[in-house]
Design a protein around this ligand. Structure first.
Ligand code: ZN
Length: 266
């Protein structure tokens, strides 16, 4: 369980690194400066002088499958009667601007732009009406998926949990709900997914309440709310961005699987 800073609503919280020091900050309205909440000095840092980390290190990442009608259709699957849940390994977390590595084990890796909900308080078995009290905020996520392995395996664990398969960030918009925000995924500048949060089959309040009937939710836990229609494959050299209206853009590049030691998120 992690400690998140107490924040008023509508701030864009970031976690950044400078000179080997990792700290929380608030991104300025024009996205050009980071004002540190802790850490070295008190002045603003220019965004080009800091390295962005995922804005939170979740204890668990819970994801929702088939939560948009058109996506269910494109996958040739019937829609679930209850939210369809799976988990992604927290070690799959990837920072904004980090490289998504295409694993040798898979022949087909897809992007899935999603809205992520960040939990702010420890809760269990809450009603949809109680959900706003435990929400910390929202951010952008890419639920990167080895599609061929997802089809092959009954469980989604392998297909969803390779290292670098969960880009998250760059900011948490505090105290916010997805509402009717626009969610757009682009690959190399071409729009591939374009939907609204209100297109979800199970809305965010219903989802969080449903999940809390099963497992206690802790501060920092992240819920990926499902991807809209338009998923597709990634190739080495691609630049993929997930943009959530009023929040920001999560940008990552794609590389073939090198013999690498991952840049571990801290
Ligand atoms: Zn997904």
């Amino acid at each position: 369980m992690i400690a998140l800073p107490e924040m008023p609503p509508d701030f864009r919280l970031v976690r950044v690194e400078k000179d080997g020091c990792l700290f929380w900050g608030v991104l300025s309205g024009d996205s050009r400066h980071v004002y540190p909440l802790s850490g070295p000095g008190h002045g603003a840092h220019r965004v080009e002088d800091v390295r962005f980390h995922p804005p939170v290190t979740p204890g668990k990442i819970i994801a929702v499958g088939l939560n948009y009608r058109a996506h269910g259709k494109e996958m040739g699957k019937s829609l679930p009667e209850e939210p369809l849940l799976f988990m992604k390994a927290p070690s799959a977390l990837l920072a904004p601007n980090g490289h998504i590595h295409l694993p040798r084990m898979s022949r087909r890796v897809d992007y899935e732009g999603e809205i992520a909900i960040v939990i702010g308080r420890r809760v269990s078995r809450i009603s949809p009406e109680e959900v706003p009290l435990c929400l910390y905020g929202i951010t952008c996520a890419n639920d990167v998926t080895a599609r061929d392995l997802q089809k092959k395996d009954v469980q989604y664990t392998r297909a969803k949990s390779f290292d670098t398969f969960c880009p998250l960030g760059p900011v948490i918009l505090t105290g916010a709900l997805p509402d009717d925000r626009k969610l757009v995924t682009e690959v190399n500048g071409v729009v591939r997914q374009d939907a609204r949060a209100s297109d979800m089959i199970f809305d965010p309040l219903t989802l969080v309440s449903f999940i809390s009937q099963i497992m206690t939710l802790e501060p920092g836990d992240v819920i990926l709310t499902g991807t809209p229609a338009g998923v597709g494959p990634l190739s080495p050299g691609d630049r993929v961005s997930v943009t959530l209206e009023g929040v920001g853009s999560l940008v990552n590049t794609v590389t073939a699987d090198p013999d690498f030691s991952p840049d571990l998120p801290v």
